[in-house]
Design a protein around this ligand. Structure first.
Ligand code: PCA
Length: 123
């Protein structure tokens, strides 16, 4: 069975308010890294949002986890995939230099606009 790799950039990261979800589903931390492409990341005071349209913004800091199929479904539900956040594939680079195909929860672009926001590297 192919591995499910999830790269998290926001509230699911270690020390952030929703990290307990990763613990609940026994997600295994592979390592830290960043997205290969640049993406716009903003935070509106409530939540962080990564936009799937690459080019603008920065390579964004992520934690990469391996999760089971069942865990992926739990996280999908938690993040409101596909209506609120939308899970898509994006290449990420571990600090070792290894490049991995990961799932990332981008904001559904019908929901938000990043114009006027400071574009961040990190949440
Ligand atoms: N949770 C997901 C997407 C944004 C958020 O707050 C994450 O941490 O990657």
């Amino acid at each position: 069975m192919p591995k499910n790799l999830v790269a998290v950039y926001g509230t699911l990261k270690t020390g952030k308010p929703n990290h307990y979800v990763m613990e609940l589903v026994s997600a295994q931390l592979i390592g830290e890294g960043k997205t290969v492409e640049k993406y716009p990341l903003i935070a509106d005071g409530r939540l962080p949002y990564l936009f799937g349209q690459n080019g603008a913004g920065h390579r964004v800091a992520v934690e990469i986890y391996e999760v089971s199929d069942e865990a992926l479904r739990v996280i999908d539900r938690f993040e409101g995939h596909p209506n609120f956040y939308e899970r898509k594939s994006a290449k990420c680079e571990l600090s070792s230099g290894e490049i991995l195909d990961c799932f990332v929860y981008f904001i559904n672009q019908k929901r938000k606009d990043f114009s006027g926001f400071r574009l961040r590297k990190n949440y």
